[in-house]
Design a protein around this ligand. Structure first.
Ligand code: HEC
Ligand code: HEC
Length: 433
């Protein structure tokens, strides 16, 4: 005989899945909503950090180096000439109108200070509340990895986040600082030597390893800096930097703590190697523990924002479409480019590194990285720095002045037998991706 209990439990067995299915739908909807909400929040947070967060670096740039005092003597014309960019959206309407009409005195350093106070100089963020002659400021990621669309005037326009600023002369700007003692002490060199190294960089180039290995110049006497790469089109890409130091958040912590001199944590035991990184091993920068930590909590949103920056599409008319189509065939076929630059990532899904021998180039920069390799550069959005900016070279150090020169290298090194017409088609393809 069946007990009433089992009848009840049977009812429950039938009833429960119905209710839980409805609950599941509701729950999954609310998880989706939650995720969408979180994604939006992370994106906005990341954008703010990328554009405006100094990680406390005003203590270094203004407090110690006193770069802010030097800016008090720099006219807007000279600031634009060293590649600093002005965010038109940060300007009051009357100033915008005056700039458009050429009615602003670009030779008056007071204007530079006013622009810094308005937070209108891209990547230079004034410390809130700092007033007086030269406002205190720190640097943000946008300093090197943003430019503007020149919509108002050359160097003045809407922000283009993630674009490499290949006009920015970091060395010339740092050189202006009245106190460069932290660098001369760290590197154990005199001021004249430091200044000659800073002067060797030129526009669009910065040496993010100098303060780890002390290698100021290549053995052939040429500059040792690397070109500023775009910070867009990086989603799906495994290793970052020209030599594959690590992931995006790895490199963000490296730069924020040890290059921008923000306050926070960066750790990499690989750099505690007196043979390869004598300066880092000596200074302990492989284990940077700045307090308070103004970096670590920002890495998730900063990472998320960079992943959201897609490579911008080449403007229609900026390349020949018929030649582009032929170039695409060559890229994926005879020229063997796609073997490494796998579309649409244009780098290898997987471990995207190659040895200097394989690439047919010297090992200098590769050997300054824990990997001793070169990373397959993700090429999407290459057009943004082909015909734009003061530095237009290719490869980590800009050794190929033109795409023609780069293709000549591939042609001879990989024995591709590409004709001049085929090279021209490949160039149109590279201009359009
Ligand atoms: C002073 C200029 C400068 C500043 C400031 C700067 N970077 Fe960079 N960034 C570079 C240079 C130069 C490289 C290339 C380094 C290398 O590979 O040798 C680079 C590399 C990168 C890469 C690797 C890109 C790729 O193709 O893999 C990312 C991502 C990046 N930076 C993001 C950031 C973020 C985020 C910040 C702020 C925390 C920042 N950078 C601050 C100059 C700068
Ligand atoms: C064996 C792998 C490999 C092959 C094949 C290859 N590349 Fe590359 N490519 C790389 C690596 C690695 C780099 C980065 C070199 C450096 O950092 O100096 C690079 C860099 C580049 C760059 C420079 C990007 C920049 O921002 O400066 C371009 C352009 C390029 N490759 C185009 C091509 C084309 C076109 C082909 C075919 C003819 C090709 N590559 C074939 C691995 C490869």
């Amino acid at each position: 005989m069946k007990s009433p209990i089992s009848t009840i439990s049977l009812c429950l067995v039938i009833a429960v899945p119905v209710t839980s299915a409805a609950q599941d739908v509701r729950a999954s909807k609310s998880i989706d909503n939650r995720t969408n909400h979180d994604a939006q929040e992370l994106l906005e947070e990341g954008r703010q950090i990328f554009r405006h967060d100094t990680f406390g670096s005003e203590a270094f740039w203004s407090g110690t180096l006193r770069l802010n005092e030097a800016m008090a003597g720099v006219s807007p014309r000279n600031a634009l000439a060293v590649g600093l960019k002005v965010d038109a959206d940060a300007l009051p309407a009357n100033l915008k109108a005056q700039l458009k009409n050429g009615a602003v005195n670009l030779d008056d350093p007071e204007t530079t200070l006013a622009l810094i106070r308005l937070n209108a100089v891209v990547g230079v963020h004034a410390t809130p509340g700092s007033s007086g002659g030269a406002p205190s400021f720190g640097l943000t990621c946008a300093f090197c990895h943003s430019t503007v669309d020149d919509s108002l005037a050359p160097g003045i326009g809407r922000r283009l986040d993630g674009w490499a600023n290949r006009d920015l002369n970091v060395g010339a700007i740092v050189s202006l600082a009245p106190n460069l003692e932290p660098y001369t002490t760290l590197l154990d060199v005199d001021l004249a030597t430091l200044k000659s190294v800073l002067a060797s960089w030129g526009p669009g180039c910065f040496d993010a390893v100098l303060d780890k290995d002390g290698k100021a110049l290549r053995p052939d006497g040429k500059r040792a800096c690397t070109l500023i790469p775009p910070a867009f089109g990086l989603a799906g890409v495994n290793l970052h930097t020209w030599t594959g130091f690590g992931s995006v958040p790895y490199w963000n912590a490296y730069v924020a703590a040890t290059e921008m001199h923000g306050s926070g944590v960066f750790f990499d035991q690989r750099l505690n190697n007196p043979q390869q990184f004598p300066v880092a091993a000596r200074s302990g920068s492989h284990d940077t523990r700045g307090t308070p930590d103004l970096i670590t909590a920002k890495l998730p949103a900063l990472h998320f924002y960079q992943l959201a920056l897609r490579a911008p599409e080449a403007p229609p008319g900026s390349f020949d479409t018929a030649a582009f189509a032929r170039g695409e065939q060559l890229f994926n076929g005879k020229a063997k480019c796609a073997g490494c630059h796998v579309p649409p990532l244009f780098t290898e899904p997987g471990h995207n590194l190659h040895s200097p021998e394989e690439m047919g180039i010297d090992a200098f920069q590769a050997d300054r990285s824990p990997t001793h390799m070169y990373r397959t550069a993700p090429l999407a959005g290459l057009w943004t720095h082909i015909e734009r900016g003061a530095e237009r070279g290719f490869y980590h150090d800009g050794r190929f002045a033109t795409l023609d020169a780069l293709l000549d290298h591939y042609n001879s090194h990989f024995k591709l037998m590409l004709s001049n017409a085929e090279k021209a088609d490949l160039i149109e393809y590279l201009k359009g991706i």
